[in-house]
Design a protein around this ligand. Structure first.
Ligand SMILES: [Zn+2]
Length: 404
């Protein structure tokens, strides 16, 4: 039996001149709970967006009833659309203070793409609750989330007790309408949770479908934060696993600077794992729990959310390198394609900093001169390409100056 109720219904203030969040709904059925809101747009040719977060196997009181998740989800979207953001229901006082700061950071990083829109929010004036002493991480099974899971599961020093929950959402790795074979991935996540004795939380959302500008580059930190905030009634702390180390802090859709600003009075959000490089994360995961990692690691860009690693894509190659350097990939079934003949071609297109991290890792290990040489060649090639791009941009600016 389905029961639906209105959580918040605020009077329209601006007559749809802004991106407006007014109504919040929660539905509970035998399968779980759905939190949703219809977000109105300020132009008639932009239809309203119905955002939803659906969680299975949870009760209504385990899912948030505030506009906090939608505030996190809509900020970047409203900046990209150049529509002022207006949120009728009150939001966390902390989020009310921080949303303009996140806006200013995004606008400073990408002034042409993300406009410095007005933000209209009301702080929730209530005594700040004591945060729950429970911690979770968003978990896809990739290197970054596997690292955060095993680190905080082994060592409970961050909050005084080990990590308790992992959260896997359909519609995050791949937009929900394009996801394939996700059931298999959920089985893997369930197996990892059972092995470690943590509670898995499964769900689905269309947030990626609607807010996407460039998921990896601009969107995923705020989207993961919005998912995290849905679970603030059961989790006091939540990890957003980092993509880059602290030594390579760049404008990015998920960064230690911005992710943690989405924390609220109820939940602290960690940007977690930047103390090590990606290659070092692979090394730690394997040393902490080799059997689990080599059985359930999911890193592939080409699996549409399914439970396998193709072995051929850029991210599979990036992960295969430290595993080969450690000598553990060769005997495992972690990758469908086990050949290495395509590596050089993919390395030539990979992120320069991640190439350097793998190069440093392989060189320190000193056992794979052929991989070191391949990475060295790829790094030189990428640096040459960057230098050419730089020269082109200088030449272009010069031309423009002459025409003034
Ligand atoms: Zn792949």
């Amino acid at each position: 039996m389905l029961s639906q109720w209105l959580i918040a219904n605020c009077k329209q203030i601006s007559g749809f001149k802004n991106m407006v969040i007014n109504d919040l709904f929660k539905e509970e059925s035998a399968d779980g709970v759905v939190l949703k809101s219809v977000v109105q747009r300020h132009r008639k040719d932009r239809p309203p967006i119905e955002f939803y977060y659906e969680f299975s196997g949870v009760h209504a009181d385990e899912v948030d009833s505030s506009a906090d998740p939608f505030a996190a989800a809509c900020l970047i979207k409203s900046m990209r659309a150049n529509e002022p953001l207006e949120i009728g229901p009150s939001i966390s006082t902390r989020l009310h203070v921080m949303l303009p700061r996140i806006r200013d950071i995004y606008h400073s990083w990408w002034p042409d793409l993300f406009k410095r829109i007005d933000i209209h929010t009301t702080p929730r004036l209530e005594p700040a609750p004591t945060p729950r002493n429970t911690m979770g991480t968003t978990f896809s099974g990739g290197v970054d989330s596997f690292y955060s899971l095993l680190k905080h599961h082994r060592d409970g020093s961050a909050i005084g007790r080990p990590l308790t929950h992992i959260v896997f959402m359909r519609g995050v790795e791949t937009p929900i309408e394009r996801a394939k074979g996700v059931e298999g991935s959920e089985e893997w996540v369930r197996a990892v949770a059972e092995n470690l004795g943590v509670r898995p939380v499964f769900g689905a959302t269309n947030v990626r479908t609607h807010i996407m500008t460039n998921w990896e580059k601009y969107d995923h930190g705020s989207a993961l934060a919005s998912i995290a905030l849905c679970l603030s009634p059961i989790l006091g702390f939540m990890c957003i696993p980092s993509a880059f180390s602290y030594r390579h802090l760049v404008p990015h859709g998920s960064s230690p600077l911005t992710d943690e600003m989405f924390s609220t009075d109820r939940m602290y959000i960690f940007h977690d794992g930047s103390e090590v490089t990606r290659a070092e994360k692979v090394e730690s995961i394997v040393s902490w729990n080799k059997d689990l990692a080599l059985r359930y690691l999911r890193v592939c860009l080409g699996n549409f959310g399914g439970a396998y690693n193709c072995g051929r894509c850029r991210k599979c190659v990036r992960t295969a390198i430290p595993l080969h350097v450690m000598g553990v990939a060769q005997g495992s079934d972690i990758f469908q394609y086990k050949g290495t003949d395509h590596w050089a071609g993919f390395l030539a297109k990979d992120h320069l900093e991640l190439l350097r991290e793998n190069y440093d890792f392989a060189r320190r290990r000193g056992r794979s001169p052929e991989i070191v040489e391949m990475l060295d060649h790829a790094i030189r090639q990428r640096r040459f390409e960057q230098a050419v791009d730089e020269l082109r941009s200088i030449a272009f600016v010069g031309e423009g100056d002459l025409n003034r």
